[in-house]
Ligand binder design. Structure first.
Ligand code: AFP
Length: 311
């Protein structure tokens, strides 16, 4: 991070301070996740931990950890969480509160109970010039305006993957020293892969363009993987190539995934790694958002597979 900062002599360290808020929250969340099964036993035994505190659900804990660790950074103008109906807007002067942080605190939370990978996703926007004290009207920016985006994957190891628009970097948490160490320098997504990823149980309600494409992929020898945690499915696609889909379905005619919390940050990372992301028809990063909780169909992955599909 410091190396990247050296390339921007005008940088004042505010952004690095912001990222340290994210990594601190990530370590707090990861510590709770590692104890998830044990905490359940504690809850079953009376609902309180060793300090006499009531155990919280992990997604509530993750949300509060991020709101706290980021909210105290004075460069934050607003925090927009998937868990909260409304953004949390701070009354900070425009020259101080420079950044809007959008996050999904614990994505894939239905996988917590079964000890499967989950993640935190974040997207960082700059307060546009001329926007006064109330920044709420400036939250709905196109994904291409993001200044940084990333995710934390809580898996067999915990990883932070992020971009500031100059390549994608992966850091692995070394539990022995409690620090994220650079483990994946300038990640490149393979040109093409051999895996497609989609919830096949929804096949009957996918538009025909999707089912036809999946049939063509199968004919060409593709295999299939689906974890049901977007961060984990995306992380595999980033490293191994291939393509992930969440198409429109009967239940979710506009797709299930959220544009601001999920699609935009991962699309930014994918493009920075040489991949692509669309809503089936156009580039995700060019979609003009109308609502903070807006959903979108989502197709993301290697350029060969994503460019080969059109809804
Ligand atoms: P949960 O957070 O409710 O588990 O949802 C996870 C998620 O938003 C995303 O991480 C997955 O890719 C997607 O939903 C899985 O959705 P389906 O269960 O409908 O396939």
């Amino acid at each position: 991070m410091f190396e990247q900062r050296r390339r921007h002599p005008e940088a004042r360290g505010r952004f690095s301070w912001l990222l340290s808020g994210l990594t601190l929250a990530a370590k707090m969340i990861e510590a709770q996740i590692r104890r998830a099964g044990i905490s359940d036993l504690i809850v079953a035994a009376g609902g309180t931990n060793v300090h006499g505190e009531t155990q919280q659900k992990l997604d509530v804990f993750a949300n509060q950890a991020l709101l706290h660790c980021l909210g105290v950074r004075d460069s934050v103008a607003a925090l927009v969480s998937e868990e909260n109906e409304e953004p949390l807007v701070f009354d900070r002067a425009p020259e101080t509160g420079e950044y809007i942080i959008i996050f999904d605190p614990l994505d894939g939370s239905s996988n917590i109970d079964v000890n499967v990978n989950i993640g935190t996703i974040f997207s960082i926007l700059r307060r546009p010039p001329g926007v006064g004290q109330d920044v709420s009207a400036a939250i709905l920016q196109q994904g291409q305006k993001q200044v940084a985006a990333g995710y934390i994957l809580y898996g067999p190891s915990t990883m932070l993957v992020y971009t500031t628009g100059d390549g994608v970097f992966g850091f692995t948490l070394d539990p022995a020293i409690g620090a994220f160490v650079l483990s994946h320098d300038r990640i490149k997504m393979p040109e093409r892969g051999s895996i497609y990823s989609v919830n096949e149980a929804n096949t009957d309600s996918f538009p025909p363009s999707y089912t036809q494409y999946f049939a063509a992929l199968r004919k060409s020898g593709y295999s299939s993987r689906y974890i049901g945690s977007l961060v984990a499915d995306f992380h595999r696609t980033l490293l191994k190539g291939g393509v992930f889909f969440y198409p429109p379905t009967r239940l979710h005619p506009s797709g299930k995934l959220r544009l601001l919390y999920e699609a935009n940050p991962l699309a930014f990372i994918a493009e920075q790694a040489g991949g692509m992301a669309t809503n089936g028809a156009s580039r995700v990063l060019e979609i003009a958002p109308k609502d903070i909780h807006q959903r979108t169909p989502f197709v993301i992955g290697s350029p060969v597979e994503v460019s080969g599909f059109s809804s």
